[in-house]
Design a protein around this ligand. Structure first.
Ligand SMILES: *[C@@H]1O[C@H](CO)[C@@H](O)[C@H](O)[C@H]1NC(C)=O
Ligand SMILES: *[C@@H]1O[C@H](CO)[C@@H](O)[C@H](O)[C@H]1NC(C)=O
Ligand SMILES: *[C@@H]1O[C@H](CO)[C@@H](O)[C@H](O)[C@H]1NC(C)=O
Ligand SMILES: *[C@@H]1O[C@H](CO)[C@@H](O)[C@H](O)[C@H]1NC(C)=O
Ligand SMILES: *[C@@H]1O[C@H](CO)[C@@H](O)[C@H](O)[C@H]1NC(C)=O
Ligand SMILES: *[C@@H]1O[C@H](CO)[C@@H](O)[C@H](O)[C@H]1NC(C)=O
Ligand SMILES: *[C@@H]1O[C@H](CO)[C@@H](O)[C@H](O)[C@H]1NC(C)=O
Ligand SMILES: CC(=O)N[C@H]1CO[C@H](CO)[C@@H](O)[C@@H]1O
Length: 399
């Protein structure tokens, strides 16, 4: 889905939204105060200072909760519970490392958000309207549903209120209420999206160490997931976490030394590149030369599907016979050796295209100039997203 957006928290100084490639969505701020656009076309909106800082807890103080798998033919998204307001109103959100803000439907959305819970600001004693509106347009939809123009768009109003995720609480943080959205969002079984980008101020604002752990277990293995805030859940992996350093100041993005497919590589693939890590995107995106070099090493029968630009496919009945093990080599943090992360052959198919059911969509889409790793890889590792040290750690999760 989305990979998507906000923060919650707004924390202290920013509600950042992105247009970013990395986050699959484009944001246009229509009336936010004091915007600035950075090199990577990231848009930040200055917002009032909302969260009071607390002293940090001990590193042993963590909190967490289960994540649920949205499976509709293939694993699409994992999502979990939050509350907003006083008294608390319940919502479910995708915890999205590819975006920076929190969006939930408000009662003003009405029928356009009919399948989602809607926040009633009149029923919260701590609610504050921050007084500006904006829109977000997403660059990918859920799973294999096509993105056409602005068919994944939300209208938003910036507000502030109390937030909790498991036992983590913020008395007052900025977020967006959805006031209208395109019909493409209606089938989602979750209410919306909470961005956990590498600048997230959520943890500082709540007095927790600025690190979180994520576990996504494929549906075929039970489909449970887990989010841990303020630390990692060491019961969910057996080998030490291998960390790679963040290379970008806006996205969770790691340096790679190259890519191998079934143990082979080519001059196009054996190069330094950077990859964005996005828990809100179901599959994988590469630039066209890299995507096509990878596919060429898997099968000459994988071809672009002109009906949905950027996607590739192959006859579904050929998939079981194809080895498609993709090893990506990452730099270790200082003093640590490079290591591989692996996308398994079982991830090659994202399921049949709606309009051509004999043709299965393959896991890599072509992007507009960036490389992005989503759940196809993340669901086979425990991942530790270390904001304080700007690095991500991985250990196989056994699935
Ligand atoms: C919110 O969720 C909690 C925990 O699942 C539950 O106890 C509570 O009844 C829910 N509140 C509402 C208003 O549904
Ligand atoms: C919102 O809450 C107010 C105050 O509790 C209530 O009067 C109103 O009916 C609620 N609106 C909706 C749409 O639930
Ligand atoms: C791949 O492209 C399809 C069609 O545009 C889109 O629906 C899907 O979300 C894309 N997947 C990713 C990972 O970008
Ligand atoms: C809500 O968005 C839809 C497009 O999805 C648009 O047709 C409709 O006019 C919008 N409604 C309002 C009240 O802006
Ligand atoms: C499952 O996917 C199909 C095809 O994209 C879609 O039409 C349907 O609404 C989805 N069902 C649910 C429950 O999301
Ligand atoms: C990564 O995997 C490739 C084979 O696919 C192997 O040749 C290479 O040595 C591995 N690199 C590391 C750092 O393990
Ligand atoms: C690739 O990255 C490695 C490690 O960061 C560095 O030592 C090497 O010089 C880079 N190679 C090129 C061609 O930039
Ligand atoms: C706020 C809180 O829960 N603090 C706890 C953090 O962990 C230490 C020891 O692990 C406890 O003594 C604190 O009460």
């Amino acid at each position: 889905m989305i990979s998507s957006s906000l923060v919650v928290a707004a924390l202290a100084t920013t509600a950042a939204l992105a247009t970013a490639p990395h986050s699959d969505f484009k944001l246009s701020l229509s009336s936010a105060p004091a915007t600035a656009v950075t090199r990577r076309a990231r848009v930040r909106a200055s917002t009032p200072s909302l969260a009071a800082s607390k002293s940090r807890r001990d590193a042993s103080n963590t909190t967490g909760e289960p994540l649920f798998d949205y499976f509709n033919g293939t694993d699409l998204q994992w999502y979990g519970d939050i509350t907003l307001g006083t008294p608390p109103q319940n919502f479910t959100v995708v915890f999205d490392t590819g975006s920076f803000s929190l969006e939930v439907p408000g009662t003003a959305c009405g029928a356009a958000c009919a399948n989602q819970r809607q926040f009633n600001s009149s029923a919260s004693s701590t609610f504050q309207d921050e007084g500006y509106s904006t829109t977000i347009t997403f660059g990918t939809g859920v799973g294999v549903d096509p993105v056409v123009g602005d068919n994944w768009e939300m209208s938003l109003s910036f507000v502030a209120d109390a937030l909790t995720i498991a036992d983590l609480s913020i008395p007052f943080g900025g977020f967006y209420l959805i006031t209208n959205q395109t019909a493409t969002f209606l089938p989602d079984p979750f209410d919306d999206i909470l961005g956990l980008g590498p600048d997230s101020g959520l943890f500082d604002a709540a007095g927790y160490p600025a690190i979180f752990g994520m576990l996504f277990v494929p549906e075929s293995e039970g489909g449970e997931g887990e989010l841990t805030l303020g630390g990692v859940d060491t019961t969910k992996f057996d080998t030490p976490l291998l960390f790679s350093p963040q290379v970008d100041d806006g996205n969770w993005e790691l340096p790679s030394l190259g890519i191998f497919v079934n143990g082979e590589t080519t001059s196009t693939l054996h190069n330094n590149l950077t990859l964005i890590f996005d828990s809100g995107t179901s599959n994988v995106l590469f630039t066209q030369p890299i995507a096509e070099a990878i596919y060429a090493l898997i099968s000459p029968d994988i071809a672009a599907n002109g009906d949905e630009p950027g996607t590739y496919g192959i006859a579904c009945d050929l998939i079981p016979s194809l080895p498609a093990v993709i090893d990506i080599t990452f730099n270790g943090v200082a003093g640590q050796a490079p290591f591989n992360l692996t996308i398994l052959s079982s991830e090659l198919s994202s399921g049949p295209f709606t309009n051509k059911p004999e043709l299965c969509q393959t896991l890599i889409n072509v992007s507009d100039g960036y490389n992005l790793i989503g759940l196809s890889l993340l669901k086979h590792y425990y991942s530790a997203w270390d904001i304080d040290n700007q690095r991500i750690g991985f250990a196989p999760n056994g699935f």
